[in-house]
Write a protein that binds this ligand. Sequence first.
Ligand code: CU
Length: 151
Amino acid sequence: MTHLPRIMAVAAGMLISTATMAHGPDAAGEAGNRAQVNKTIEIRMIEQNGRMLFTPPQVTINRGDTVRFIVRNSGALEHEMVIDTLEGNQRHKVQMQANPDMEHADPNAVRVESAKVGEIVWKFTHSGVFEYACLIPGHYEAGMHGRITVR
Ligand SMILES: [Cu+2]
């Protein structure tokens, strides 16, 4: 578990160095069509021992899957879940630090109040390693990121 950030950093390097890999905000996939959902995954947002976490901390998906993520906030604070490439989330995180109240209307993101449930329907169109992250300032550093492997 403590090695995860380093593994993800290595994976990010691989994405950047692979010339044929798609880049930009569309690389993780596209907004999913609700009628084509073929997999449902529940993700919980939790706070424990001073950390903020997604559970499970990683998911594996087949390329072409349209996934309905049910995002349940079991913490006391508001959280968000943003699906993107690792580099996309890092870029976005910097923007959030400059503008913490930034609102997301994007289909790859959902903000969930304490004790509430949100949803993302997303189609994974590319193989690779992607990420779900909470980009509210400080939350990523507290542990709030998970790995998506699309094979
Ligand atoms: Cu959070």
